[in-house]
Design a protein around this ligand. Structure first.
Ligand code: ADP
Length: 601
């Protein structure tokens, strides 16, 4: 990507989210300027009229024309204003949508990649906290349009003033005043450009401070239970202080420099520009170049014109400063998925006969030197109940992620009904699985939507499943039934649910999809022992002919499975029924079983 194309590329992409916005903004800018220049022009006419002794009736007509014109222009401008606001809202919604769609559309391994996560959160934070990136680009484009329209109006009226001035002979006083005006404009431009650069530094340092503060706060749970119990306030204060210390110096230095070397001289030259403008216009007015009323309008035009030139020159610096943020934005959109997407249709089998084999499968996560899984070979028979056990970090979740093709193996292959799973249509392959991961999420929407993962739901089926997973009693207490919102984030009539209840809903959601495979990663960790026992007693019946994989730390709950796979340091070290595995008193399973059994004893 060529660097000088960054802003243009970003603008094209941003503009495509609502191509109506910028033309509407441009039109609105023209109206705003017409309104300003027309008011100035009419005021000058009225003052000149009074000065030249126009009759009262003529003055009334002139004033009425001025007011009617202003009213008309302002009304049209107000209508446009609403259109511009709506267009901006649409643009921002589409932009946010595109960003989230891109995120959701990324291959899972890309989304897990720390580098990509960092780019994503940088874009998000820069936008929210500093308004850098596309928001800054929008401000700059708007300012640019405003300057150009202003310049077009003020320059044509300035030309009119110059032609009036050319009538009277050029004097030495006029020359001195003109030299003063040009110098003060040039100095103003210089300070505006420098101010732009220093200002960016200043806001950058404020933004970075806010980002760091934001990260500190995000580390603490919003409900604040730990904060209260462990009295974490001193820790928060200490982190804040560290963050403040680091930013304070840069912040104060820049603020001081900006005030002394930019704000003060900038204001002085701005007033000098205005003063010279008045003096020149008054000088020519006394020499008879134009009537006294024109002093108001010509000073107004000159002021606008010099301001526009100064802003225009400053704006290019701001485009440049923003380029690195736009590059991050574009880089994120440029990330391409490279997971192979097959086109083979997954057979629709009502008998759920899908057999999956792992053949010498290994996986090494990106950036890791060690394999998380090494040489896994096994067959998953249709309708089988498989338990996966092992210590933390032994590779159980990684095994499930490979099975669901969230990752592709680094080595080896996974075959389903004679074909490598990479060959199948990805969506269709994913549709074979229902998984309750340990970090499952329920949404702050009605219970029915949570279970069906859709806009509507099958009431009978959802209620039946809630009953089966042991949520029946709690469900019947909910006055709005499946319409009851989960959590109170957005609805005051929502219900708060415990960890165990959430897990039951997640189980019902997995079963609702009615897929051939159901995978439960620590499915009962948050359940009380009675609820757990009830679910295990029933689960075999609920799961029916589905192939079921449980990852569990509670070995007692795996006893009834057809097969138990014991994972250790990324390998399957044992496989068999509970009875077979327990018979090997040198095996890992025996060791784990007896380690747990001693607590029960
Ligand atoms: P288990 O489910 O048995 O607790 P995991 O499958 O979650 O184990 O993890 C196996 C190994 O892979 C661990 O060493 C873990 O730190 C590592 N691991 C898991 N996820 C990632 C990841 N996204 N990136 C790098 N390493 C990972």
């Amino acid at each position: 990507m060529k660097k000088d194309n960054t802003t243009m590329r970003a603008f094209k992409q941003y503009n495509s989210y609502n191509p109506k916005y910028f033309p509407l903004f441009f039109l609105h800018t023209i109206f705003r300027n017409v309104s300003f220049y027309y008011s100035l022009w009419m005021s000058a006419e009225i003052v000149s009229g009074i000065y030249e002794g126009l009759e009262m009736r003529e003055l009334y007509v002139l004033t009425a024309a001025a007011l009617a014109g202003i009213l008309l222009i302002r009304s049209l401008s107000a209508i446009l204003d609403r259109q511009v606001e709506t267009a901006l809202e649409i643009l921002e919604i589409h932009e946010a949508e595109a960003f989230y769609r891109k995120t959701l559309g990324l291959d899972y391994d890309k989304m897990e990649n720390p580098h990509i996560r960092q780019i994503r959160s940088k874009i998000d934070e820069n936008k929210r906290i500093n308004s850098y990136g596309v928001v800054n680009m929008r401000y700059s484009v708007e300012t640019l349009m405003d300057c150009l329209v202003n310049l077009a109006f003020s320059a044509s009226l300035f030309a009119e003033m110059l032609s009036a001035m050319a009538v009277v002979p050029f004097s030495r006083t006029a020359l001195i005043l003109l030299a003063g005006l040009v110098t003060s404009i040039a100095a103003g431009i210089f300070f505006r450009i420098r101010g732009g650069k220093k200002g960016t530094l200043f806001w950058d340092s404020i933004g970075r401070k806010m980002m760091d503060e934001n990260r500190i706060l995000q580390g603490f749970h919003p409900s604040g239970t730990d904060n209260r119990i462990y009295r974490q306030q001193p820790l928060i204060d200490c982190l804040y202080e560290k963050c403040n210390r680091e930013h304070k110096k840069a912040f104060m230095d820049t603020a001081h420099k900006i005030f002394c070397f930019i704000v003060v001289p900038g204001s002085v030259f701005s007033w000098l520009t205005k003063g010279f403008s008045y003096l020149i216009v008054c000088c020519y007015s006394t020499l008879g170049a134009f009537p006294v009323g024109s002093v108001i309008k010509y000073v107004g035009y000159m002021e606008r014109m010099t301001e526009s030139i100064q802003t225009l020159l400053g704006i290019f610096g701001s485009f440049q400063e923003n380029e690195k943020f736009l590059a991050d934005y574009l880089n994120f959109f440029d990330i391409e998925n490279d997971m192979y997407q097959g086109s083979l249709a997954v057979e629709k089998r009502s008998d759920k006969q899908f057999e999956i084999s792992f053949r010498n499968v290994s996986l090494r996560y990106q950036g890791s030197s060690d394999f998380a899984l090494k040489n896994i070979s096994l067959n998953l028979r249709s309708g089988e109940r498989v338990a996966v056990v092992g210590m933390n970090g032994s590779g159980k979740t990684t095994f499930v992620k490979l099975l669901c093709r969230l990752y592709d193996p680094t080595e080896g292959e996974i075959i389903m009904n004679d074909f490598n799973i990479r060959k199948y249509d990805y969506r269709q392959y994913l549709n074979l699985f229902s998984v309750v991961f340990q970090d499952y999420n329920l949404l702050a929407v009605p219970l029915g939507n949570n279970i069906s993962c859709d806009a509507s739901w099958d009431k009978e089926k959802a209620e039946g499943l809630l009953e089966e997973v042991g949520f029946g009693k709690r469900y019947r207490e909910m006055p709005k039934g499946l319409e009851t919102p989960i959590y109170r984030n957005f609805d005051t009539d929502g219900v708060e649910i415990s960890g165990g209840e959430a897990q039951k809903i997640a189980l019902a959601r997995a079963l609702y999809r009615d897929t051939p495979f159901i995978i439960l990663d620590e499915p009962t960790a948050a359940l009380d022992p009675i609820a757990e026992a009830e679910i295990y007693a029933k689960f075999d019946e609920i799961a029916g002919d589905k192939t079921t994989i449980y990852i569990s730390h509670r070995l007692s709950s795996c006893r009834l499975c057809d097969r138990i796979l014991v994972f250790h340091e990324g390998r399957i070290v044992q496989s068999g029924t509970h009875r077979e595995l327990l018979a090997d008193d040198t095996g890992k399973y025996y060791e784990m079983w007896h380690a747990q059994a001693q607590y029960y004893a």
